[in-house]
Design a protein around this ligand. Structure first.
Ligand code: ZN
Ligand code: ZN
Length: 172
């Protein structure tokens, strides 16, 4: 545990809730991907193999409410940034017992004044202007730094990531 707000490995493991499967899309198991940002805490994206995102989770060991800075980081990675809305972000403070025994022991030893604060970004299926369903997707391709979040029709097989599509057009 450091002063910087990083979350210890014990806690990260406890917070990585057991998978689940893709909501109303494909029933395939969710994968957990991590990415780094300017913030001290930890990011996890839970998405199915096609890239449909179930939830993105930011965890920080802190006294303050990290929701606003998490929102800023998400907007930097989302095309268009207006897909990130305050009402899709939920803050929770986690305590020892619900995180399992090793995390509870860890927190008891640390006697934390800070809490383990968790920001959940969950975008439920929504309708586009054409009336068709859209889902939040994530692209982790190496052509661009960090993940790119975007909305697309749930059945799209092709990669619709706007950053990858733009790059493909440029290269001919
Ligand atoms: Zn899926
Ligand atoms: Zn991409």
């Amino acid at each position: 545990m450091t002063r910087s707000g990083a979350v210890s490995r014990v806690l990260v493991t406890s917070l990585a809730s057991p998978g689940g499967s893709c909501y109303r899309h494909c029933d395939r198991p969710l994968r957990i991907r991590r990415f780094a940002s300017r913030l001290p805490g930890t990011w996890q994206v839970r998405a199915c193999p096609s890239g449909v995102v179930s939830v993105t989770v930011y965890t920080e060991w802190t006294r303050r409410d990290p929701t606003a800075s998490a929102r800023t980081e998400l907007k930097r990675r989302t095309v268009p940034p207006s897909l990130v809305t305050s009402w899709d972000l939920r803050l929770a403070t986690r305590h020892g017992p619900e995180l399992g025994r090793s995390a509870e022991r860890f927190l008891a030893r640390a006697r934390p004044r800070r809490g383990v604060r968790v920001v959940y970004w969950r975008v439920y299926p929504f309708r586009g202007r054409d009336g068709k369903e859209r889902r939040l997707f994530v692209c982790f391709r190496r052509g661009h730094p960090s993940p790119v979040f975007y909305a697309a029709a749930p059945d799209s097989e092709a990669n619709r990531c706007p950053v990858c599509v733009r790059a493909a057009k440029r290269s001919g």
